[in-house]
Design a protein around this ligand. Structure first.
Ligand code: GDP
Ligand code: IMO
Ligand code: MG
Length: 442
């Protein structure tokens, strides 16, 4: 029995949505703990394709309680739009969906500031999704944020909006030369949202605690990826939340001792959306091929994702900072038809070899990857559901990932469809024994 955190090991879009959907069957609760509608998690089923921005992917499995934790920033309009879409597809959302009263609300001015700040940065822009994520977390840290609990109390909500707008409208007009916002309009719009969301609002920490006490299994669904984490990512080209596994505790009010395992999801190659360093990026026909075969277009903004070879330095770092107990490797099928495969095992910068991720962005932007070349396979891995049926070279490629990261692979994904998955070991239903510390002789 395990409380499992699923995180992205790269720069997001690793296929977390698909993996969470599969693992949800063995979970009782599925919980998002950070980020907001900047995320885009895709689940492909026989009935259709679903893209989740806020709602945990577990909502497709019956009888699971899906939770938006305290660490999430919620755009109520976007959330209601998503709820409506699900209901149109016959997915029931009622008592199976809960929102933390401590989660912060994304306001229209957050989106306006996000867009205006990006425009003003010009070539130095981060390439945000424009969903207001950064400014919402800024307000949270500045202690002027508005929480879901406030949204439900009309007088408090109005006062906070009015207070905030004094500074924010002046900032928008003078700094960015854009129009300010009317408190009345915001209050009118948001009070409808409040009434719609009210039945779902509760105390996430308490609900999770009680569920765990009763032996329920909790699956934490990370958004974004390790290298987009505010502290451990390629700062400043990151998102504004703790997308690493530690964020699961901070963003839900659950203690670290309650987490049993961490599954790192990685593509069999690497992608990134938005600006920032990407050592193994391929600006050639091979990169274009990965983009085309992998359909690498952002699920939230539709932007083309940058593509490159698998980067073990990036992965080993993710295994370390998240304490990954196992990995899920997705999109193996996208490498079908490759002439040869490359894996970056280190970086070279000014004659020095780096085997660990440099914290210095300047080094990361200018380093040259050191590649290990591996033979590609000739057959197809598309839709393969057993490890045995994989071509030998594909097995060796996966084996090499395990060797180089020191982390076992539990799941291999060979297609976007739910069924196109090899489950070697289900991390929801086992807890890996702790590694014994080897005896040290004096
Ligand atoms: P997430 O943000 O980590 O949930 O990932 P996204 O949903 O943004 O992006 C992953 C994309 O890859 C989606 O379009 C998935 O349907 C697709 N996908 C996931 N696993 C596989 C796989 O094994 N093979 C292929 N070809 N596509 C996959
Ligand atoms: P999922 O959960 C990939 C990127 C943006 C930008 C940076 C900051 O689907 O993996 P933000 O709007 O968060 O302030 O943008 O982070 N980004 C993502 N990239 N997948 C995501 O989510 C992302 N969420 C944010 O492209 O570079
Ligand atoms: Mg995504």
């Amino acid at each position: 029995m395990a409380n499992l955190v699923v995180i992205g090991s790269q720069w997001g879009d690793e296929g977390k949505g698909k993996i969470v959907d599969i693992l949800s069957r063995d979970a009782d609760l599925v919980v998002r703990y950070q980020g907001g509608s900047n995320a885009g998690h895709t689940v492909v089923t026989r009935k259709g394709t679903y893209i989740f921005h806020l709602i945990p992917s577990g909502i497709l499995s019956r009888g699971k309680l899906c939770v938006l934790g305290s660490g999430v920033v919620i755009d109520p309009g976007a959330l209601i739009g998503e709820l409506d879409q699900l209901q149109k597809h016959g997915i029931k959302v009622g008592k199976n969906f809960m929102i933390s009263q401590r989660a912060h609300v994304i306001m229209p001015y957050h989106k306006a500031i996000d867009k205006a700040a990006e425009k003003a940065k010009g070539a130095r822009r981060i390439g945000t999704t424009g969903k207001g994520i950064g400014p919402a977390y800024v307000d949270k840290m500045a202690r002027i944020g508005i929480r879901i609990g406030d949204l439900l109390k009309p007088e408090i909500f109005r006062r906070k909006v009015e207070d905030n707008l004094v500074e924010i409208n002046s900032f928008l007009r003078h700094m960015y030369k854009v129009r300010g916002f009317s408190a009345d309009r915001i209050v009118e719009e948001y009070q409808h949202y409040a009434e719609r969301l009210r039945p779902h609002v509760a105390d996430d920490s308490l609900v999770l605690h009680k569920a765990m006490e009763n032996g329920r299994r909790v699956l934490f669904e990370g958004a974004q990826g390790t290298h987009l984490d505010i502290d451990f990512g390629t700062y400043p080209f990151v998102t504004s939340s703790s997308s690493c596994a530690g964020g699961a505790c901070i963003g839900t009010g659950v203690g670290p001792t309650k987490i049993d395992a961490v599954l790192g999801v990685t593509k069999a190659y690497t992608t990134r959306v938005g600006s920032g360093p990407f050592p193994t990026e391929l600006s050639d026909a091979i990169g274009d091929g990965l983009q085309e075969r992998g359909q690498e277009f952002g699920a939230t903004t539709g932007r083309a994702r940058r593509c490159g070879w698998l980067d073990i330095v990036v992965l080993r770092y993710a295994v370390r900072v998240n304490g990954c107990t196992s990995l899920a490797v997705t999109k193996l099928d996208v490498l079908d038809g490759s002439r040869q495969l490359k894996i970056a095992v280190g970086y070279r910068y000014q004659g020095k070899l780096y085997r660990d991720m440099p914290a210095d962005l300047d080094i990361l932007s200018k380093c040259e990857p050191v590649y290990e070349v591996m033979p590609a396979w000739t057959g197809s891995t598309s839709g393969v559901t057993t490890f045995k049926a994989l071509p030998l070279e594909a097995k060796r490629y996966l084996g090499r990932i395990e060797e180089l990261t020191g982390c076992p692979i539990d799941i291999v994904s060979t297609g976007s469809h739910r069924e196109h998955t090899i489950i070697l070991k289900n991390p929801m239903t086992y807890v890996r024994p702790r590694t014994k510390i080897p005896k040290v002789s004096a």
